[in-house]
Design a protein around this ligand. Sequence first.
Ligand SMILES: Nc1nc2c([nH]c(=O)n2[C@H]2C[C@H](O)[C@@H](COP(=O)(O)OP(=O)(O)OP(=O)(O)O)O2)c(=O)[nH]1
Length: 152
Amino acid sequence: MQGPGDLSGCWQSELRPSSGKPIVLVAAAALVDPDGRVLIAQRPAGKSMAGLWEFPGGKVDPGESPETALIRELQEELAIETRNSCLAPIAFASHGYDDFHLLMPLFACRVWQGRPQGREGQQLAWVPPVRLADYPMPPADVPLIPLLRDLL
Ligand SMILES: Nc1nc2c([nH]c(=O)n2[C@H]2C[C@H](O)[C@@H](COP(=O)(O)OP(=O)(O)OP(=O)(O)O)O2)c(=O)[nH]1
C-alpha cells in the first residue's frame, strides 16, 4: 500500500504538470468496429511526430465543441459521417509537450456511415486494444492504451 508522499507507483515521475504553455484542445476518436478493433492512423511525413500512430481527430477551433470538431475532422480525414449522439466520452489525455500542453478528450464511436479512408495519405490500421502497445504512439497517448484495454 502506498501512502501520501510516495509517488513511485505513478506513471510519470514529475511532481508537477508543466505550466506556462498554451493549452491545445484536440478531440480524438476511438472508432470501434464490430470485432472490437480500434482504428489508428499513422501521422504522415512532414508533420510533427511523423510515423507515430494516433487516434483520428484534430484541434478544436475557437467556438467549436469537441464533438463538433471531431465530427468535422472525421469527415475531413477519413471521409466518414457520424453524429453527436454516437460519440461517448471515455477518457482524456493531458500531456506537456515542449511548446504546448495537450488536452485531448477521447470519444468512443461505434456507429458511422462510410468506410474510413486515409484522405490525407495516412496509413490506417484496425487494431485489437490488446495490440495497441505494438504501435508507437505519441507520448500523450501512451496512458490511454491500458484504459482502452479495460474500457472497450
Ligand atoms: N489527432 C490526434 N492528435 C494527437 C494525438 N496524440 C497527440 O499527441 N496528438 C497531437 C498531435 C498534434 O500536435 C495535435 C493534433 O493536431 P492536428 O491533428 O489538428 O494537427 P496536425 O496533425 O497538423 O498537428 P501539428 O502538425 O500542427 O502539430 O495533437 C492523437 O491520438 N490524435
